[in-house]
Design a protein around this ligand. Structure first.
Ligand SMILES: Cc1cc2nc3c(=O)[nH]c(=O)nc-3n(C[C@H](O)[C@H](O)[C@H](O)COP(=O)(O)OP(=O)(O)OC[C@H]3O[C@@H](n4cnc5c(N)ncnc54)[C@H](O)[C@@H]3O)c2cc1C
Length: 389
């Protein structure tokens, strides 16, 4: 485990590993379900590098330390009267880790976090610092945005931010059919909206988040069903603390296919898995973006994710539902569990060749590749790596 405390030290760690024939995996908070950071060689943490806001925000963009946890970043941005455009369900990730896997929240106009990155400072496999900015090298930036640590170790990222705002979250208990029937309308009138479906009870829990100053009010849904209401700074309202540990599979399907895909998933779970499924299914909406390996590349997407408690079997359950996602043109979340790899995976990404070309150029000897990533990109022994899931 390497904890460099400066960028030159990151360069030294990488050069030393290369000289010793070792590989390197950068790690953020280590929250991914897929074994992206598993290694017997060097695990490199950015936790001792400068964190938070690194310079004066300019034109709605700001450089931040790559290892900064999102909750700490929210506080730091707040001191500059700024906020993240959006967050996922939790804010415990490092920004580099969240960006590198296309972590997202939910809302019609809201892309995943990687789409908000306009620049990256990274240390390449050659042990050299390279700054990639949208204004100078958009092609490389689009490869780097969702790159799972395969193109270099980020030391800082430049993100687009918004003026700090107060937000109100409301939560409703509703029939799942009502969530589906009104989802499109709710997406139009609310900044953030998503819902959880609970297979055992076959009911749902819908959440909306809106700026307090531009709040459509609770009138769209029966006020009696509103189970929770909370207002505060957006960085504290958009995400929640979660203590349960779980396994998760998530796919992004083209948005128009979302309702039909969800209904098939629901039917499959109710007919075959309801007794063994302890937890919930999450339905969200993510705006299209242009990062080459983004699950929302080129298309507005609905994401559907299955959660299973850590101590319950998940492999057969996930494997039985996954073909439904595939039939709807789904692309898996990079950080979560799935069984796609190689050509069958990459053919779902129209710009995968551009990503692979950047990888070949920046890391020709596979310094940043572990067994799982070999398998994922179709470079190695697929059976051995698939078994590690
Ligand atoms: C409780 C929980 C809730 C979640 N909620 C959501 C959600 O709402 N939406 C969603 O989309 N996802 C969600 N996720 C998934 C989560 O956002 C991703 O797993 C994310 O990648 C975790 O960030 P991390 O800092 O832990 O990254 P890690 O798991 O440590 O790393 C993820 C990837 O980033 C790379 N990486 C890390 N640091 C660097 C760096 N400095 N330079 C280059 N590459 C780097 C790693 O090599 C790895 O490939 C959730 C996960 C959990 C456990």
């Amino acid at each position: 485990m390497a904890y460099p405390d400066s960028e030159p030290e990151v360069c030294r760690v990488i050069r030393r590993a290369a000289a010793n024939g070792a590989t390197v995996r950068p790690v953020g908070a280590g929250h991914s379900s897929a074994p992206l950071v598993r290694t017997d060689d060097v695990l490199l943490s950015l936790d001792r590098l400068p964190a938070g806001v690194l310079d004066t925000p300019r034109d709605g963009q700001v450089w931040v330390g790559a290892g900064t946890r999102l909750h700490r970043l929210g506080e730091d941005l707040g001191r500059h009267r700024l906020a993240m455009v959006n967050l996922g369900d939790v804010d415990t990730q490092a920004i580099a880790g969240a960006v590198s896997t296309g972590t997202h929240g939910s809302g019609r106009g809201l892309p995943n976090l990687s789409a908000l990155v306009t620049g990256v400072r990274m240390v390449t496999a050659a042990g050299q610092v390279q700054q990639v900015e949208a204004e100078h090298d958009l092609d490389l930036l689009r490869a780097v945005q969702v790159s799972m640590g395969l193109l270099g170790v980020f030391t800082a990222v430049r993100v687009r931010v918004v003026p700090v705002f107060q937000a109100r979250r409301r939560e409703w208990g509703l029939p799942v059919q009502q969530c589906l029937d009104t989802f499109d309308e709710l997406l139009t009138s609310n900044r953030n909206v998503d819902f959880y479906w609970y297979p055992r009870r076959d009911d749902a829990h819908l959440r909306t988040v809106n700026p307090v100053d531009d709040d459509p009010g609770p009138w769209q849904l029966p006020a009696s069903g509103c189970t929770e209401e909370q207002a505060g700074w957006s960085n504290a309202t958009l995400s929640k603390r979660r203590s349960l540990r779980f396994h998760e599979i998530e796919y992004a399907v083209p948005a128009p296919a979302g309702p039909a895909c969800f209904q098939e998933v629901r039917h499959r779970i109710r007919s075959r898995h309801r007794q063994h499924t302890a937890w919930r299914v999450l339905y969200r909406y993510v705006a299209a973006d242009a990062a080459y390996l983004s699950p929302a590349y080129g298309r507005d997407s609905v994401t559907i994710s299955l959660h299973q408690n850590e101590n319950l079997p998940y492999r057969e359950f996930f494997a039985d539902v996954e073909p439904i996602f595939l039939a709807y043109g789904g692309r898996p979340h990079w950080a979560k569990i799935h069984r796609l790899a190689g050509r069958r995976l990459l053919e779902r990404y129209p710009q995968a060749d551009r990503f692979l070309a950047a990888r070949d150029r920046l890391d020709p000897h596979g310094l940043f590749v572990n067994d799982y990533l070999h398998h994922l990109l179709g470079l190695g022994d697929e059976t051995a790596a698939a078994a590690s899931l």
